[in-house]
Design a binder for this molecule. Sequence first.
Ligand code: F6R
Length: 609
Amino acid sequence: MCGIVGYLGNREAVPVLMQGLKQLEYRGYDSSGVGVLHRKKIKVIKEQGKLEMLERKLTDKLNTNIGIAHTRWATHGGVTTENAHPHSGPEGKVAVVHNGIIDNFSNLKEELQAKGNVFLSETDSEVVAHLVEEYIDLGPEQAVSKALSRLDGTYGMLFLFRDHPEMIIGARNGSPLVIGIGQEEMFLASDALAFAGFTQHAVFVDDGEMVILSNKDYRVVNRQNIQINKNVEELDMSSNIKDMQGFPHFLLKEIFEQPKSVFRAMGRGGRLLPDFGTALLGGLNMEKRDFYDIRKIHILAMGTAMYAGEIGKYIIEDLTRIPVEVSDASELCGINPIVEKDTLFVAVSQSGETRDTIAAVQEIKQKGGRVLGLLNAVGSTMARMTDGGAYIHAGAEFSVASTKAFTSQVTVLALMALMIGRTRDISLTRGKELVQELMDLPDKITSILEKADEIKKMAERIKDHHSVMYMGRGINYPVAMEAALKLKEVSYIHAEAYSAGSLKHGPLALICEEIPSVFICTSGDYQEKTISNIQEVRARNGRVLVISNYEDDTLRKVADELFVVPSSDSLLSPLLTIVPCQLLGYYTALALGRDIDQPRNLAKSVTTD
Ligand code: F6R
């Protein structure tokens, strides 16, 4: 889950590397470090804590044009300066930064210790630096290649060599690596975001490949040392520069960006065909007749993306009558999942790098399944391994807690449902209605954001409780799940979601004055039943906050607090009801003084098992 970046060129390397680390900080933020060539030595500066701690240590100007850097999310070894990267070999001839996990590191460590090597950290990564140094007399390329052949596990790694001042070597197996090609300068990083602002030209490295970088050139070879010709891709990085644009936190900025990001998910309107009452997602690479053959849709995702998938299930099933299953991707692997020819698999992921989802996609593909990707990060691992798909175009999301990606994922799932539905059952009139409803969403989200202060007041009342229940029925149940996740991950208040119908089957025992409930109660099929559930809670002294899309006397009477979003088609209501819930998470965390954009223990991209 760590971020790595390397630079070789004409600029001062340290500021470029620090800029790269800032862009990558979302991948991990418990410690960081840089390693540069300075006065014929590898100089490593690293520090435990946030990036500013490292910045404070970097007081001396180091005149150097080459270096590697790392931002860490601890796996092997605690959060200490010693365990921060880069790690060096015993004689300081090699330094490495590593993202991933080396499974067989203990055996290798014992072997090297038996030869007298002394290790300074508890990490698996330090072993790799020692191993490469062990073989360094073969030359850097051969040394890395030989060391790699002895590793089991996952890695995106960069190596710096004391005696080869114009070379960085990178290697990839299971963790992303991308080359950035500038004018007489090169970048090598775990994510193209690291060089946003320097170059748009990128080459994505695949598993089993090694990159040999100089400031003018790069070579990519496979495990047999055969040179591979790679495509240079031009990325649109315009919305990818880390900039809060006057907001106090990325989370708030990204919540407020949703009218625009949802509009982008609709291709700025270009993915909608109003006259035909349908949507067009060209990247799915599917013909009309392919849609007829689908008997089941199976969504694979984790966390917030999975809750987007759960909402997608309601929309797709309603509009297409195709049964949808949503899987927690981490639970799918190793259980020999059933892959049928007429099932369409859809991986949903913001980063496109989530290890669990990638593993599920790999397993499905090995069994011959067709997998589409609904992804945000262009050129990510999942984008390159799926059989087609659609980008959600949310723009880079820097807050660890996902918000705009969620609404964009739901929007694209709705477009997909509409597109498939129109080739099957739904009428032109219904299609047109939905297109209009979709087009109205950005303005409706804006009107919710204009009332953010109401939510701020609600947050003041939530903040002193140790636990909060979220409830909803039907399509509002996954909204409750996502809402509970938002509150817990940024405020650290325990929050749990239940279907309102399951309340009497156990969770009602929790209800008391100290545990408030948030109900998502929208007009339509479940309205009356949800009101009854709210009354059951009130009868047991439970305080109730209601997020609704209508208002009447009954609702006003049963709710201690009520927040009303604009009305919409019931299938699209989650795109509105979730917004106040995101704000509730944000303002509660703010009131409690939490580290909102970088909650404890988390990293944005979960790239380890
Ligand atoms: C929560 C959150 C996570 C991610 C999950 C999947 O706010 O961001 O639950 O949704 O880790 O990440 P992606 O979408 O990158 O696959």
